[in-house]
Every structure is written in C-alpha cells, then in structure tokens.
Design a protein around this ligand. Structure first.
Ligand SMILES: Cc1cc2nc3c(=O)[nH]c(=O)nc-3n(C[C@H](O)[C@H](O)[C@H](O)COP(=O)(O)OP(=O)(O)OC[C@H]3O[C@@H](n4cnc5c(N)ncnc54)[C@H](O)[C@@H]3O)c2cc1C
Length: 345
C-alpha cells in the first residue's frame, strides 16, 4: 500500500494520517472544515468509568500509549497542548465509595486509583457527604490548540485539503477520486457517517454534548472536581463545566435545558461563585455497544472505516490509529471487539 485517501480530519482521521505517514504512506485528507466533535471536546483522558468505578475498556493500554503519542506530537508540532490532570471524584453514594475502597487494593487499579485510608478528609468549599478519591494517570489535551496544530502540520506537509468528499467524483471500483488512484480510502467522518453510503450498517448514533465556559476567582485551579459532571480548570481562572449526553438530538444548537442541567452539576459540588462566559455544543459519534468501529468493507475492497470513538476519542484514537494502520498496511488483525463486520448479519 502506497497511497491512501482519508475522508475526515478530526482526531480519528488526523491520527490515522500521522500513523500512515510514519509508515511511509502518501496520504491525502479531505476535511469539510466543519468539526463538531474533536474541536469542541474537553480533551480529558480519564481511565475510570465512575458509575461502578470500573476501569475504562483497555485503559491500561490506551493511557500510556496516548501520553507518549501526544508528548511526541508536542515536539513534532512545536506546540504545547498536553497537561497533567488531578481528578477528584466526590462519591455519589456509600456504594460508590465502597467500590473504590475495594478496588484501590486490586492490582488492575494500582496505577489509576490513589489508595485512601480516610475518604472523609474535608475538602474546603466542597459538598462531599460521602467523601472523595483522587484518580491517577489522567491528563488532558487542549483540544482546540491540538486540532489547530495538527491541521497546520498536515497543511504544511501538503496532506490536508479543506473540501467535502463528493460521491460523484469517486470511482469506487477503481478507487479513484478526481481521477487520482488510491490503494485505500478510509472514512473517518464522525457523526456524519450516515451521509457516507458505504458504512451505514455501523449505525453511528448522534450523542449531543454541551459544555459551559465559566469564570471563577474562587474555584480551585489545581484539581478537576467531578460528580454528575466535571469542572475542569484551564488556567487564568477559567473552567469548563460539562457535559450533557443527549441521545438522538441531531441539531447542533445550544439549549437552556442543558445550561440549567450543567448549573445543577456545579451546584451539587460547591456553592462557590462563578459566572458563565459561553456555551458550546458538539456531536459525539457513538455506537450502541460502546465500541469503536474499524475495518474494511467486506464487499467493497479497499474501503475502510475508523469511527465510533464516542465519549473517549482523545484516549482511544492514538493506539487505535496505530492498530488501524497496522491492519491496513501489514494485514495485522484488529481487536475483535472493534471490527466493522460485527454489524453485518
Ligand atoms: C461536549 C463534548 C465533550 C467531549 N469531551 C471529551 C473528552 O473530555 N475526552 C475525550 O476523549 N473525548 C471527548 N469527547 C468526544 C470526542 O470529541 C470524540 O470522541 C472525537 O472527537 C471523535 O472524533 P472523530 O474524528 O471521529 O469525529 P469528528 O471530530 O467529528 O471529525 C470528523 C471530521 O470529518 C469531517 N467530515 C465529515 N463528513 C465529511 C465529508 N463528507 N467530507 C469531508 N469531511 C467530512 C468533519 O468535518 C470532521 O472534521 C467530547 C465530545 C463532546 C461533544
């Protein structure tokens, strides 16, 4: 494989392009210039799923790979967008604290949960009737800065074109787009997947997410507080407050309901004062079985999909893009849980 066309330049398409370029492949990306997920994302890489206090799927593989990937890109792009993150979870119940209490001693969790003898050490100005625990190994990516640096780099390398993929310019049998022949075409279109004719079986669902940008002189800047949602300090007394999860809401508009919900999040954690600076909305590309979607179309050889990164694109994309590139170039099998063919009966 020598020449690949990628449709979609979000975190999925962009990271796949970098991995293929590392293998010496000649890559072109078409991106329609309207990003509603990777740029809006808060960019937190959190190993835990808090409801049952479980480790996120393959987190022990994804987290260290992702950290190396982003710090390598900081050097390559000569930009800074990776920051350590201390997440403090305020427990919602005795049961939740109990899960942590047990798991903090298990081998699987030793890199991710701080061991607490006493969960009830008071945290000034926080409402913490069930106590709190601190997550280890988390970090966050300043998504807007990252995506700008990524696109600048790809433009500099003459890889990225800001244009929409047009079906009538594509000869699917010959794998030609605008009369240029490719060895493979990879679709990484996020929530716009349903407009791409080849991979509709994947049923990427719309999951709308809204966040508030807030300002506060009083909230702590050294840790991210979490319960029902999160408050993420981003510097200069500014914070992101998120996020909503709204199923099957395809319209990209901010709503008062979401703002009220997000204000309830902060009010459930603290009475410290803040003011709202703005509200943003994005669309997560989510799959009902909560697994990403990778692979080659079983009938249309040479057509690939890399999508379904859901709520955790910044954690998953680095290693999955490596695995996808290995699959495309060297035929290495994908992780069985991500294969596109699971949707084909
Ligand atoms: C409010 C919110 C908060 C989030 N917070 C986090 C977080 O803290 N941590 C985390 O890991 N994840 C977070 N996410 C999820 C994360 O944003 C997604 O998992 C990730 O961005 C998906 O990346 P993607 O590249 O698949 O899709 P996208 O970012 O949507 O990229 C798809 C790209 O394809 C292009 N495209 C589509 N169709 C075409 C076409 N026909 N022709 C050309 N180009 C096309 C689009 O322009 C777009 O740039 C959040 C999401 C939201 C909405």
């Amino acid at each position: 494989m020598k020449k690949v066309l990628i449709v979609g330049g979000g975190i999925a398409g962009g990271s796949l392009a970098l991995q293929l370029m590392d293998k010496g492949i000649d890559v072109t990306i078409l991106d329609r210039g309207e990003n509603h997920s990777s740029v809006i994302a808060t960019g937190m890489v959190n190993p835990m799923v808090f409801r049952r206090m479980n480790l996120s799927w393959r987190a022990q593989e994804f987290i260290p790979y992702a950290r190396r990937f982003y710090s390598g890109l900081e050097k390559k792009f000569e930009a800074s967008f990776l920051a350590d993150l201390k997440i403090r979870r305020f427990f919602s119940s005795e049961q939740e604290r109990g899960y942590w209490q047990t798991k903090q001693h298990e081998d699987l969790y030793k890199d991710f949960l701080t061991v607490h003898e006493d969960f009830n050490i008071p945290i000034p100005n926080a409402k913490s009737e069930f106590g709190s625990g601190v997550v280890k190994s988390a970090f966050w990516i300043r998504s807007e800065k990252f995506m700008t640096s990524l696109h600048d780099y790809l433009r500099l390398k003459d890889v990225l074109k800001i244009e929409t993929f047009k079906g009538h310019l594509f000869n699917q049998k010959k794998l030609e787009y605008e009369d240029i022949k490719y060895d493979a075409v990879a679709f990484c279109c996020g929530s716009n997947n349903d407009k791409i004719p080849f991979f509709k079986a994947a049923k990427i669902q719309y999951n709308r997410g809204q966040i508030l940008d807030i300002h506060s002189e009083e909230l702590p800047e050294k840790e991210s507080w979490n319960r029902k949602g999160f408050i993420l300090p981003i510097g200069s007394n500014k914070f992101k407050l998120g996020a909503t999860y709204e199923w099957n809401e395809p319209e990209l508009n901010t709503t008062k309901e979401a703002r009220d919900k997000l204000e309830l999040v902060i009010n459930s954690i603290t009475d410290l004062s803040y003011s709202v600076l703005g509200q943003k909305v994005g669309m997560r590309p989510t799959v009902s079985d909560r697994r990403p979607v990778l692979g080659m179309h079983p009938e249309h050889k040479g057509l690939f999909i890399f999508n379904g990164l859901g709520t955790k694109g910044y954690m998953l994309a680095p290693l999955l893009s490596f695995e996808m590139a290995e699959y495309m170039v060297n035929g290495k099998p994908l992780h069985p849980e991500v294969e596109y063919t699971r949707f084909i009966k």
